[in-house]
Design a protein around this ligand. Structure first.
Ligand SMILES: [Zn+2]
Length: 86
């Protein structure tokens, strides 16, 4: 279901604007990483701040791990052993 119920005016839901929505989630995750949150804190923060479903956050998190190993390795060296636990 569309969160806005008016798809033409919707600019933030996974159904209507998947690529924009994923970019938003990526951006929020990157902000969390800047604040050195771990994955679970990040999932909770996105849920509270932006009503992002945990499953969506986790899926995007995994994609970021695959596509941005440099970004995560910088993060990993700051917070050793916290990140990769699938
Ligand atoms: Zn929508």
């Amino acid at each position: 279901m569309c969160e806005a119920n008016v798809p033409s005016s919707c600019n933030h839901c996974l159904q209507c604007r998947p690529s924009e929505y994923i970019r938003l989630v990526q951006h929020l995750i990157e902000e969390c990483l800047i604040f050195h949150m771990d994955r679970d804190e990040c999932v909770r923060a996105l849920e509270n701040r932006a009503s992002i479903q945990p499953a969506v956050t986790l899926a995007v998190w995994k994609e970021l791990l695959k596509e941005n190993p440099e970004f995560f390795s910088a993060y990993r060296s700051a917070v050793p052993g916290e990140l990769v636990d699938n």
